[in-house]
Design a protein around this ligand. Sequence first.
Ligand SMILES: [Zn+2]
Length: 130
Amino acid sequence: MAYHIPSDETVLKSVKNVFKKYRTVSSQRKLKKLVEKELKTKKKQFHVSEHRLRNIVLKSNLVDIEIHSREGDPHKILARCPVCSNSLQRVKNLTIWGGEVTIEFRCSNCGYWTGKKKRIPTLYVFHLKK
Ligand SMILES: [Zn+2]
């Protein structure tokens, strides 16, 4: 069976339907499966990538995304947010006594942040906003 690519609007509609049934979806893969099930019709099967789905969900403001992560390579340079691909803002913190600088990166779009040890997202949990 051929796969069809749904529009953002269609995906969003299905996301809303999913969260009418579930308050929490415990992973991105699960959400993708649930959404694709909602999208499916008798004749057509739809495909939406996890990355695209996450961005649509983020934009919808309907759902809070809880990001679980592991520590990554501190030397790796993160130019873009690993969650939503937005550009990251560099935030410097000067400590009063030592003059040491700790650097954090923040995403103004989705709330992702990381310190020197890069946080690599490993799991996304979706909660319907109250
Ligand atoms: Zn982001």
